[in-house]
Design a protein around this ligand. Structure first.
Ligand code: ARG
Length: 607
């Protein structure tokens, strides 16, 4: 057997004289060094309590409270006898080794401390290996292989053509992009979908309105804005003249019936809108594998769904309209088909899901949609379940709360590009306040845009998804407090240590850097945090909470700030020590950059 590290890894030789560790299912020490320390702890516990196995103990090795790396709570093993006594027994038989240097009992807990020299060397070596020497050429520290061979479809953003791109869509975009990165980092094959609101009676309205207010020139300049304006105007007309809605419904019916003449303009609108969106998503560092949409959902499955639900006695007729009755499941009644036979949002989601399964055979499908649509999503997922599709259980709603009061300083924002522009402007003003720093920034506009976007995204992902929050330019773009600019600044500062210490570069090969010289508590805190990053990624995969990663970034930022004065590089007379510290900060920078990229941000070199 190979042991817990691949023979090609430096970790293998570094741990050659350490107590041997067993392989534990579900762990990946060659990607997460803390796994090996946890296995070492499990082995120690089993050494004292042979009635347990390493597999049983391992899941009980948890992060400890401040100042202690890990603890094990005895009651979870449900052994016959007093938990306190088992804890004492483990602590008393403990012999320090290369992995663990300290253990002590406290009531029902045993607390464990990793040997600092081992932790420093192994963690920093691993980070370096998995950042700069991977076979893929890409940084891999933090990634894992748990999703290998599995496919996930993630639907996010999904704005409506000709309507405003509101904050709900922005949140979906931000959270969805993070989830796509996260699943990739965990080895999944990811298919990202933008499910456009590109179908429905509003397109009949726009068709009617376009005859009166449309301009080819305006359309080509900015399709999103122009169609929105036409839609607003024709809606105003409809207020006064009920005929407009009748005309619009007729148009949409023709579209649904596949009348090429009625579809011609619509096709152009869609294409030009997608083009515009793509530009804006690119600025946000967001990408889609497919721009699908409500218009792409075929009739076949929508009809079959209705037939199947009728057979099951779940369809009520209301003056020609068809309603599905989900009252048994406390999900009310919902229209599936209108009187004129045209489909609606709900039916399209049913058909759409079935088609996606037929196309992708996914292992999981996520809908990143606002919690305002909880009922809608619950309804169509329930219907798929009632139709006995075995994969219905693989679909999941990733919901999120409201954003209150988002506007530009001039007024309400309705378009994504207004929000992006405003972020860049506000940030630019902010940066100009520090003249000296500002004069050193090479391309202030671009930097302001990037920091501004970071501010928006971090504000959005800082708390649990389900929480509402209030949009606040001043707060999100401040350098003080837990903000996006603070994180970019933390990265820039780390990047600058390299520039400020050219005489130490290039650093010698990792094996020749004396990491034993990292003796300060501040240095250890940083190393332990860095080593925990793969755990953060894994946890986020189970919670679908970007805040897990954001919180990690802030903790790391704070740990670095507090080490800054004591763990110095420039001015350290002992060159060996200075090199070890520089290596620490470069590793911190690598990990922070990975975490920021996972959050769909672009870490900056200067600002
Ligand atoms: N276009 C919809 C809206 O803006 C969101 C679509 C959500 N996804 C879905 N499969 N229903 O409200």
């Amino acid at each position: 057997p190979e042991g817990i590290f691949a023979s090609t890894s430096a970790l293998k030789s570094l741990t050659a004289n350490f107590p041997e560790l067993p392989v534990v299912e579900g762990t990946e020490p060659s990607r997460c060094i803390l796994d090996s320390f946890r296995i070492a702890i499990a082995k120690i516990v089993v050494g004292a309590l042979p009635q347990l196995t390493v597999e049983q103990v391992y899941p009980g090795v948890e992060y400890g409270k401040k100042g202690v790396d890990f603890h094990v709570a005895m009651p979870r093993f449900k052994l016959k006898g007093k938990p306190q006594e088992f804890a004492t027994k483990v602590a008393e038989s403990f012999q320090p080794n290369e992995w663990i240097e300290k253990a002590y009992a406290d009531n029902i807990f045993v607390h464990f401390t990793c040997r600092t020299t081992s932790l420093n060397r192994l963690a920093l070596t691993q980070i370096n290996e998995l950042t700069h020497h991977t076979s893929s050429g890409q940084p891999e520290f933090g990634t894992n292989t748990s999703g290998e061979g599995k496919k996930v479809v993630i639907e996010y953003s999904s704005p409506n053509i000709a309507k405003s791109f509101h904050v709900g869509h922005l949140r979906s975009t931000i959270i969805g992009a993070f989830l796509a990165n996260l699943y990739k980092a965990c080895g999944w094959e990811v298919i990202s979908l933008n499910y456009l609101g590109d179908w429905g009676t509003q397109f009949g309205m726009i068709a009617v309105g376009f005859e009166k207010y449309g301009s080819q020139e305006e359309l080509e300049k900015d399709a999103i804005k122009h169609l929105f304006n036409v839609y607003v105007k024709v809606n105003a007309d409809a207020e006064k003249d009920p005929e407009v809605k009748v005309e619009a419904a007729k148009w949409f019916k023709r579209m649904e019936d596949g009348d090429e003449e009625a579809l011609k303009n619509w096709r152009v609108w869609r294409e030009l809108s997608v083009k515009k969106y793509e530009e804006e998503y690119a600025r946000l560092n967001v990408h889609f594998d497919e721009y699908t949409g409500e218009s792409r959902v075929g009739k076949e499955w929508q009809d079959k769904a209705l037939a199947r639900l009728s057979e099951m006695g779940l369809i009520d007729d209301h003056e020609g309209a068809k309603l599905v009755n989900l009252e048994k499941w406390k999900m009310g009644k919902a229209v599936l088909r209108k009187k004129d036979g045209t489909s609606i949002y709900l039916t399209r989601d049913i058909g759409g899901a079935i088609e996606r399964y037929e196309k992708y055979h996914f292992d999981k499908m996520l809908y990143v949609v606002a919690s305002q649509q909880d009922l809608h999503v619950a309804q169509f997922l329930k219907i798929l379940d009632l139709m006995e599709f075995p994969w219905a259980k693989k679909c999941e709603h990733v919901n999120y709360g409201l954003v209150l009061g988002m506007s530009t300083r001039k007024g309400t924002a309705v378009f994504l590009d207004q929000i992006i522009k405003e972020a860049a402007t506000v940030m630019h003003e902010q940066m100009k306040k520090n003249e000296e720093k500002y004069s050193n920034v090479e391309n202030p506009e671009e930097t302001a845009l990037e920091v501004g976007i970071t501010g928006i995204k971090i504000q959005d992902m800082a708390a649990k998804r389900i929480n509402n929050y209030t949009f606040n330019w001043d707060r999100m773009l401040s350098f003080e407090g837990d903000t996006g600019p603070y994180l970019q600044y933390a990265h820039v500062r780390l990047a600058s240590i390299e520039r400020k210490n050219p005489e130490l570069l290039p650093l010698p090969p990792t094996a020749q850097i004396n990491t034993d010289l990292l003796t300060e508590a501040g240095a250890r805190d940083i190393v332990f945090l860095l080593a925990s990053y793969p755990d953060v990624v894994k946890k986020a995969l189970t919670t679908h909470e970007p805040s897990n990663v954001v919180t990690f970034c802030f903790k790391l930022g704070h740990a670095i700030s507090s080490a800054w004065e004591t763990v110095i590089v420039k001015g350290e007379a002992d060159k060996e020590k200075a090199k070890a510290r520089l290596f620490l900060y470069m590793s911190a920078r690598d990990v922070l950059a990975s975490a920021l990229r996972l959050l769909s941000l672009k870490p900056l070199e200067r600002m």
